[in-house]
Design a protein around this ligand. Sequence first.
Ligand SMILES: C[S@@+](CC[C@H](N)C(=O)[O-])C[C@H]1O[C@@H](n2cnc3c(N)ncnc32)[C@H](O)[C@@H]1O
Length: 331
Amino acid sequence: MLRHLKVPKFKAQEAKKYLETKGALHEDFLPIKEDDFVFWPVKFEIDGEIVERKGNPVVKKSRDYRSHLSSEIKELAPKSFDIFGDIAIVKMPEVLMKHSGMIADALLISNSNINKVALDSGVTGKYRIRELKLLKGPSGFISTHKENGLLFTIDISKVYFSPRLATERQRIANKVTGVEHVLDAFAGAAPFSVILAKKGCYVTSIDANPESEKWARINFKQNHVPQSNYNFICSRVEDMIESLSPFDRVIMNNPMNSFAYIESLRDMVKLGGIVHFYYIGSMEDQLTVVNTFGADFRCLLTREVHPYSPSSSVMVSDLERVNSTVQIINQ
Ligand SMILES: C[S@@+](CC[C@H](N)C(=O)[O-])C[C@H]1O[C@@H](n2cnc3c(N)ncnc32)[C@H](O)[C@@H]1O
């Protein structure tokens, strides 16, 4: 039995505040509601009507899903996983596959916001699509994910998306202070494009995957981006880049194959404009980035976006165009 302070319902919040100020509220237990009264659990005797009641403990869900696994599996189970909408995406070594059902159950029990678990076998092919296998939950990989207050509906088995880029997308959006013309050269389902277009930029998004275009258009629409602020072109960058004029900001988010596009895309950056260049590597590779962009560019920053493998990371370098020695025909 536990001591509770009995108060009329209409005085419940006032009493709670009083107990909090006195340090008397027992936060490991929930208040009990009975008829027109609320019973606040207290740690020690305090002025007012104190009654004994069976305490109603707060059930704290463990944040680590592995606490629902046997110690043998727990040791091997992955510590981290991604969440896209209501889908948990988890990578697993082959030796764990026989326990994958139990791991999926543990993830579902400990995360009330997910309702399916998918095994991630990596991102492959020119469209950088994730190979997914459903472990638990209803079929299909379409979900709606909230990121930086925006909604993204995507079939993640058909289009690339990484929730790990949320902070990076917000960082780029924070850089924009006025109306800019932006090129999102490898746009996917348009997460960079949408956040920038919402800030009033005019965004040209390019992606070669027709599924990217389908989901990008849905995402522009559901986030109420005016049609005049975006233009999605479904094409390979190299097949159409010459028809475009230079931009204030260029996003080159195709880290696995980014160096191959520097030559054609650096001339898409206006004098004074910025390019955000993503690549797989480390801080040491900054020099190669700077040398490849050449003397017309000055590196403003290089940072790790997130780890990629034990020895490499997804990196970003922000470079400003400070010179225009190359003649820009379309400007
Ligand atoms: C790593 S994903 C980035 C997607 C997006 N920027 C994001 O943050 O979710 C790279 C994208 O580039 C697209 N892509 C690959 N090669 C391309 C090319 N040559 N031209 C245009 N898009 C290409 C893929 O379809 C894929 O959607």
